[in-house]
Design a protein around this ligand. Structure first.
Ligand SMILES: [Zn+2]
Length: 461
């Protein structure tokens, strides 16, 4: 409906209205301070790394002192009080790593006894594997997440109120009055229309492109895979894109180079990677120099070895731990979000002085341990098998660190030699353990409906 209303309207009247009237009014009514936080973050990003760290350290100290005082799960760490006051970073390392399982096992233990229940905002992590984790935030936390996103967008000259298109799953199931409220919010606060990702196909693509041209968004926001399909269909249909986009923001999934290239080719504008997690906020944002800047004023980020749990050095890959600095209603210290990342030893040359990520490798669950202790990522197996012609489906399983098997569904061009080659490449990478090869008719999907091509059956801790 909103699209119809706006058809043919090229000048965006909503942008100045939202920027100057609706957004400030919303902040006033709700008592929000997103714009204030945004301007603070933008001012801080240009300060020296030492100044950024000083602020982060002061916030961490406050959070840790609050946690040992008011949070049941952390009260037993009261003995660390002096150390927290002297060196909060060192003290933080003495707290246990918090896994999703720990949190799900005893959620109430992490709720601060010091806050009113009315201030709690529930959040449920999505996650393709495992059960959802429910946790709570307060308005302050949400505002810092929002401000961090606007900060990243501001690097592309995208401002609050700019018109956007979001390629997304369907808006959550809403009843009629909720739906009206949602539509109103989309219009007067977000200036955004949503293209449902599940509806984008060869038959509908022309209509969506028509809407895009009429709507003339300043930026597009969506999952990497959905943006990629969108661009691919446009290219396949030979449709011409006439937009002046500031950026396309890719979020929620790993953004592969081939996806970025295709999207940039079709839309002729930069693709920007946003790295966030529903249970970790906005973790990093890509700057115009191509670096992923960590949001170090929102959280402390550590990387640890997935087996020993010890801290890894900069430049080495590890499991990411997030300590959200602003969530005082349910502090989660050293929360393991489940991603493998590498923090860079370098700083970016763009003039923003926060730390940067060198790479985001993938999920901890899709990480395997080779005989020499090194990490091997799930996509390695996919890469090896993709070069063959005769294997139509496969699944690699590491049962224990020393026992592995490979299930194979033969394709029409099957050749024994290709399997031998695959096995030898896997052995080279994983170490010289035996690999049982089993030929099967099909490979059943997991509970989530996805067929996983590599599975580690033993836990790492
Ligand atoms: Zn940069």
């Amino acid at each position: 409906m909103e699209v119809l209303l706006l058809r043919g309207v090229y000048m965006d009247i909503w942008y100045p209205l939202i920027k100057k009237v609706f957004f400030p009014y919303m902040e006033l009514v709700k008592g929000n301070k997103i714009r204030k936080k945004l301007s603070y973050l933008k001012q801080m990003e240009r300060k020296s790394y030492e100044e950024i760290k000083d602020k982060q350290q002061a916030d961490l100290k406050k959070l840790l002192l609050h946690s040992i005082e008011h949070v049941p799960a952390y009260k037993k760490f009261k003995k660390l009080k002096k150390e927290i006051e002297a060196n909060p970073y060192e003290a933080l390392k003495k707290f246990p790593v918090l896994t999703k399982k720990d949190l799900m096992g005893a959620p109430d233990q992490y709720l601060s006894g010091h806050v009113s229940k009315y201030k709690l905002i529930p959040n449920l992590t999505g996650g393709s594997t495992g059960e959802p984790v429910k946790f709570y935030m307060d308005r302050e936390t949400v505002e810092w997440y929002e401000a961090a996103r606007w900060q990243g967008l501001s690097w592309r000259e995208v401002e609050i109120g700019h018109r956007s298109v979001m390629i997304w799953g369907s808006p959550i199931e809403l009843n009629k009055s909720q739906h009206q409220k949602y539509a109103l919010k989309e219009k007067v606060l977000k200036n955004r229309i949503i293209f449902p990702a599940y509806d984008i196909n060869p038959d509908s693509i022309e209509n969506y492109v028509k809407t895009l041209h009429e709507y003339q968004p300043k930026y597009i926001y969506g999952y990497a895979s959905a943006l990629n399909i969108f661009a691919k269909l446009i290219e396949e249909k030979g449709l011409e894109i006439q937009l002046s986009l500031k950026a396309i923001i890719s979020t929620s999934e790993n953004l592969y180079d081939f996806q970025r290239e295709q999207i940039e080719r079709v839309f002729r504008c930069p693709v920007v990677n946003e790295y966030g997690a529903r249970d970790g906020g906005i973790i990093a944002y890509e700057c115009p120099h191509g670096s992923m800047h960590l949001t170090e004023l929102n959280a402390v980020y550590e990387t640890i070895d997935i087996q020993s749990k010890g801290e890894v050095s900069l430049g080495e890959e590890g499991s990411l731990l997030v300590t959200d600095l602003h969530n005082f209603v349910m502090p989660r210290l050293r929360y393991q979000v489940g991603d493998m990342v590498t923090k860079s030893v370098n700083k970016c040359m763009c003039g923003r002085n926060t730390s940067i990520l060198q790479s985001i490798e993938g999920r901890v669950d899709d990480t395997f341990i080779a005989k020499d202790g090194s990490y091997v990522h799930g996509h390695f197996f996919n890469h090896v098998v993709r070069t063959t012609k005769g294997i139509s489906q496969f699944q690699f399983i590491q049962h224990t660190p020393k026992t592995m098997s490979l299930k194979i569904v033969k394709g029409p061009e099957f050749a024994e030699q290709e399997v031998l080659d695959v096995v030898s490449k896997i052995k080279d990478k994983m170490g010289n353990h035996e690999i049982d090869v089993e030929y099967v008719d099909h490979i059943a999907p997991s509970k989530s409906g996805k067929v996983r091509y590599a599975i580690r059956e033993y836990p790492l801790n």
